[in-house]
Design a protein around this ligand. Structure first.
Ligand SMILES: Cc1cc2nc3c(=O)[nH]c(=O)nc-3n(C[C@H](O)[C@H](O)[C@H](O)COP(=O)(O)OP(=O)(O)OC[C@H]3O[C@@H](n4cnc5c(N)ncnc54)[C@H](O)[C@@H]3O)c2cc1C
Length: 634
């Protein structure tokens, strides 16, 4: 029902259609105001539709654009969007976040303070300090002023409803173990595939994770509620876009927002584990029968050559069925299994993942038998994802699927890619995430880019370094499988930069062919060197900010000195915006406090720039500074 509400709400055009029509026939007709403007064209996900509009807007109405200082030392540019009080609050909050005792005991202290002050005063205190600084507001309506202010300073939103369950470690472990074991029971597994099975020691997936939230599976109804929450985020973004569209009349234009989603919020983790295992087994299987390594697509084997490998298979009828479902094109086999069928036709998992076994000459299953209830749960997860992506498409909002732990990631990537194939036909609506701390990041991105090219869909990706480093390493060591992460920070940075360069190289290739929006990349990093690297490489490859295929993303209240100067100078810049009721985002705030402790160098710089800006405003008499931005996000 929420979905229907959404779609109705979103048709703002219907409500104000006559106003648009009037404007079109009046002198405003110079601006291409019609319904197609509400929906961006074959642009990448990051992209707004202002290019053609700004070309027709007279010169004097052109929005401002500042030069960019890539040393990111320009405090005036960094904090133009903040009032003096907000600057002082930020300074105080960062100072408190560097006091170890407060950080280590923050949850206890918050609960104690709430007990002493009572609910109302506590909420007031939080709103004027930590909550006010790190969180945009309580719901999709209360965050509007924050989103509007961001936009007027050239920055677009990625919304994230940040309500988290406040579970104890014991509760989390219990829930996770229960939700990760198949009904048929845990099979005995040896070697690398152990990675795709639950281990009680690491069942609390929050272990040493600060910069990402964790969903635990309670039941199907909770997943349904999570789906509705994601749709509410989409609504909030769509409303903000509509609003910005209306402000076209006063010189601004509308832009494009994103909603972040996590697949673990939409279904039982066991299914993602099993699917990940199947994907890795399929890769092992390909290696066994054709040699080489990696994704099925990377073997470049023709279906005829694949068929020749199965001479000894006795069950010819099953073999024929298997070969019939193999996906291939003129360059060779893309998939052994019909992934599109799994997404579109709810094909059963237990019957799909069967391959001819060279040793026995018979068909074998790569997945543990799933019960009818588990099959139904999987279908539910796909249905929820489909509902969200469809709603995003209808509202012209983008979806960014977060990357999570490596034992879920093969399934998350595959499902997301299939949704890209289904929905990214005219532009990138669905974005995947790649973690460059993984040793296989570049090869994964390359094969996925290849799939997008061969199946002719728009490829959208967010590149991150990765949020689960310590957990990944500890789990691999404890369970005895190879560490999937790069050996050190420099190797991760090299991987990030190589992966980004590969994306830019391909963007350039498409640009030369005149298909310039086929790949869209978000550089999601607080690392100045990486941001500078991206800017430099864009120049080298002849990719302009206005091409709107590369954008940048940072968290709200983190590295404002990077995001705002980027947005104000015409780069596509995003803030990751958490929101939710005060009491329910306390676990998020607690994580942020810990996270800040881990990025002291960045906080030190933020504090230094804040101090300089406060001083500058004091000295120049800007005691009642009111932020008024006239920037337009690209
Ligand atoms: C908009 C946005 C969206 C995000 N979405 C996701 C997501 O979907 N999934 C996800 O996992 N994370 C996500 N993150 C978090 C991200 O992965 C990083 O944890 C965080 O941004 C810190 O990395 P950095 O590049 O910003 O900063 P930096 O301080 O430059 O890098 C810190 C990161 O470097 C890596 N690193 C540090 N030491 C080592 C080492 N010894 N060996 C190898 N690698 C090392 C780790 O990944 C660590 O987090 C997101 C971040 C942002 C800003």
């Amino acid at each position: 029902m929420a979905f229907l509400r959404t779609v109705n709400r979103c048709s703002v055009y219907k409500k104000y259609g006559s106003l648009f029509d009037h404007l079109q026939s009046s002198s405003f007709g110079k601006i291409n105001v019609n319904q197609t403007v509400l929906k961006s064209s074959a642009a990448s996900g990051i992209i707004s539709e202002n290019a053609s509009q700004s070309q027709t807007v007279p010169q004097q109405q052109q929005p401002p654009k500042d030069p960019l200082d890539v040393s990111f030392e320009d405090h005036k540019a960094a904090f133009k969007s903040k009032t003096n009080l907000e600057l002082i609050r930020a300074y105080v909050v960062y100072t408190l976040c560097s006091i170890e005792f407060l950080v280590d005991n923050n949850m206890k202290l918050m609960k104690l303070t709430k007990g002493i002050l009572g609910e109302k005063l506590f909420i007031l205190l939080m709103k004027s300090t930590f909550y006010g600084h790190f969180v945009a507001g309580e719901d999709q309506f209360k965050i509007r002023p924050v989103l509007e202010r961001l936009r007027s300073f050239g920055v677009k939103p990625i919304l994230d409803y940040s309500v988290e369950e406040d579970l104890s470690q014991e509760e989390a472990e219990k829930l996770e173990v229960e939700a990760s074991v198949p009904e048929a029971g845990e099979p005995e597994i040896e070697g690398a595939l152990k990675q795709y099975h639950v281990d009680k020691t690491f069942a609390d997936r929050r272990y040493k994770v600060q910069s990402a939230r964790t969903y635990f599976y309670l039941n199907e109804a909770t997943c349904e509620r999570n789906m509705e929450t994601f749709i509410r985020c989409l609504e909030a973004i769509a409303e903000n876009q509509d609003k910005c569209y209306f402000s076209l009349i006063s010189g601004a234009t509308y832009g494009t927002g994103i909603t972040a989603i996590k697949l673990t919020a939409l279904g039982r983790p066991q299914l993602l584990l099993q699917l990940s295992e199947v994907i890795m087994r399929a890769r092992q299987y390909m290696t066994e029968i054709v040699g080489g390594e990696g994704n099925v697509l990377s073997h470049h084997i023709s279906p005829e050559d694949l068929e020749k490998k199965f001479d000894k298979i006795t069950d010819k009828e099953s073999l024929r069925k298997f070969l019939k479902q193999v996906t291939y094109d003129r360059h060779g086999v893309l998939h052994l299994f019909p992934w599109s069928g799994i997404i579109d036709e709810n094909q059963e998992l237990s019957t799909t993942f069967r391959v001819p076994d060279l040793k026995s000459g018979r068909m074998i299953r790569l997945i543990t038998q799933l019960s009818p209830k588990e099959e139904e749960m999987f279908r539910n997860m796909i249905r929820r994802m489909n509902t969200i992506v469809k709603a995003a498409q209808d509202m012209d909002v983008r979806i960014m699927v977060d990357a999570e732990q490596t034992y879920f990631q093969p399934a998350i990537t595959r499902i997301t890619l299939e949704f890209m194939r289904k929905y990214n036909k005219d532009k990138a609506i669905v974005f995947n995430t790649y973690q460059c701390y993984l040793r296989n990041a570049l090869s994964e991105v390359t094969t996925d880019l290849e799939q997008a090219k061969r199946q002719n869909f728009y490829f959208g990706a967010k590149l991150v370094r990765g949020a689960y480093l310590e957990q990944e390493r500890a789990r691999a060591a404890a369970m005895g499988y190879p560490d999937p992460t790069n050996p050190n920070f420099d190797a991760t940075t090299e991987m990030y930069h190589n992966t980004l360069s590969e994306c830019l190289r391909r963007i350039k290739e498409f640009k030369i062919k005149g298909e310039d929006k086929k790949i869209a990349i978000m550089v999601a990093s607080h690392n100045e060197d990486t941001v500078r690297f991206a800017i430099q490489k864009m120049k080298e490859f002849g990719i302009e900010p206005a091409d709107k295929v590369i954008c940048f993303g940072q968290l709200l209240a983190m590295c404002d000195y990077i995001t705002f100067p980027l947005g104000q100078s015409g780069y596509s810049a995003y803030k990751y915006i958490p929101y939710g009721p005060v009491n329910e985002v306390l676990p998020y705030l607690s994580r942020r406090a810990h996270e800040n402790k881990g990025v002291l160098k960045k906080i030190k710089k933020e504090k230094k720039l804040l101090a300089r800006e406060i001083l500058r405003r004091a000295v120049t008499g800007q005691w009642w500074y009111t932020p008024r931005g006239k920037y337009v996000p690209v």
